[in-house]
Write a protein that binds this ligand. Structure first.
Ligand SMILES: Cc1cc2nc3c(=O)[nH]c(=O)nc-3n(C[C@H](O)[C@H](O)[C@H](O)COP(=O)(O)OP(=O)(O)OC[C@H]3O[C@@H](n4cnc5c(N)ncnc54)[C@H](O)[C@@H]3O)c2cc1C
Length: 382
């Protein structure tokens, strides 16, 4: 077990765990914070086996809206413990996460970047399906992205094996960038994964969940190019569409959380559920409005098209969502929503965190004829 301060980033955590030859189901990039990652789920290298980050938290130390500090775990405040598996900023301020650890001396990681061609991208995507479907191969994490940077289209594949076993690349095509190492999680994050995903500046995310469909993925990228082409010259513009798997084994490992119910309790067909994650970054604040609009257009297009093709799953993964996406409305079953609202009443009856804490995603609340936006504006005026 490890006690984590929410202000730490995951690279601090992995650095501290490395000498003990242990690891935990944390973030996959150095700068991601412990706090936000663990309040929205948390897709980790080990998720196929261990579920999301939240499924590995065994105790939360939480400051409630009335100022009291409580622990939430299986024996104490069990209802809050359950809600804290998808809490965002509804229930309290976490001052400590206690997480399960596991022995880990060496994992293997590789990143390959290729010039984009439709054939190659389709090959990577098709290959990645193998891993997404394979819940007997839980040591592996594979993620594929197509991206456009400075007017150049690229395809990227990230492969990690938690048992430290090296695998062949997903394609025999020659990469223009190849990073690979075996070692602690700290080493793999720092030397391999970070190397491919440089620090972000101004960003916009959007996510949907779909079944695996190579043709859809390729079509969306093609359509995205026409939306994004006019923005090719904006400073440090980079955008990508990445796919990541929620394997059956991952969903099953998420058993005690609302996410498990929302994803259909790990039934077979959900082997094919992906998060499709659209991400944009840029440098100049003057580009914000135009790129916000482009991100919205792209996200809407991806969702509309997935719905039309019958491959959309309602689930919206909180950690990759845009601030305007209806995460709770779409990602929690009606029964769990009622339960979450009851728990909210028990721990923040006056809705202090709704009124005074503007960040994150809020559980939908009944406000008579006042919309959430009206209510927020009203709050601004006070
Ligand atoms: C480069 C990059 C890589 C990423 N990789 C992954 C990944 O591998 N897997 C994955 O699942 N996600 C990933 N994400 C998404 C990431 O999990 C979310 O962006 C997450 O919100 C980041 O948390 P933070 O603490 O850094 O952010 P912040 O913006 O600081 O926090 C996010 C939200 O959580 C709230 N919060 C933070 N700390 C606390 C606390 N102690 N108590 C209560 N509320 C709190 C904040 O108020 C805020 O609303 C990645 C993001 C980036 C930018």
């Amino acid at each position: 077990m490890v006690e984590l301060g929410p202000g730490a980033t995951w690279i601090n955590v992995y650095a501290a765990l490395e000498p003990h030859h242990i690891s935990t189901a944390g973030g996959r990039i150095s700068g991601v914070g412990v706090g936000g990652f663990l309040l929205g789920g948390g897709i980790a290298f080990a998720s196929a086996e261990k579920g999301l980050g939240v499924n590995n938290v065994i105790n939360y130390e939480v400051v409630l809206s009335n100022g009291t500090i409580v622990n939430a775990n299986e024996a104490e405040n069990e209802d809050l413990f359950w809600a804290m598996k998808l809490p965002s900023t509804n229930y309290g301020i976490v001052t400590r996460f206690d997480m399960r650890t596991y022995p880990s001396s060496a994992i293997w990681g590789a990143v390959n970047v290729y010039p984009f061609t439709p054939t190659l991208a389709s090959e990577l995507y098709t290959q990645s399906k193998k891993w997404g479907h394979d819940d007997t191969n839980k040591d592996n994490m594979v993620s594929v992205a197509i991206m456009r940077n400075k007017g150049m289209s690229l395809a990227l594949a990230v492969q990690v094996n938690e048992a430290g076993i090296a695998h062949d690349p997903l394609t025999s095509s020659a990469p223009i960038m190849h990073l690979e190492t075996t070692g602690s999680t700290y080493k793999v994050v720092r030397e391999v994964v970070d190397g491919a995903l440089a620090a972000t500046t101004r960003t916009r995310w959007h996510t949907i969940t779909t079944k695996i469909d190579t043709e859809y993925f390729m079509d969306i990228f093609e359509k995205s190019e026409s939306i994004m082409k006019p923005h090719d010259d904006r400073e440090n513009i980079l955008w990508s569409i990445a796919v990541q798997h929620f394997q059956k084994s991952c969903i099953n490992a998420a058993k005690e959380s609302p996410i498990f119910n929302a994803l259909g309790q790990g039934k077979d067909d959900l082997l094919s559920i992906f998060t499709n994650n659209i991400r944009m970054e840029w440098a100049n604040p003057d580009d914000d409005a135009a790129l916000d609009e482009a991100a919205y257009e792209l996200g809407t297009l991806a969702e509309t098209e997935a719905r039309k093709r019958g491959i959309l799953n309602d689930f919206i993964y909180l950690n990759y969502a845009d601030g305007n996406q209806p995460v709770y409305e779409r990602s929690v079953t009606p029964g769990d929503m009622e339960k979450m609202k009851e728990i909210k009443k028990a721990y923040d009856a006056a809705g202090i965190f709704d009124r005074l804490w503007r960040g994150g995603y809020k559980l939908p609340v009944e406000r008579g004829n006042m919309s959430q936006t009206d209510a927020d504006n009203k709050h601004d005026e006070l």
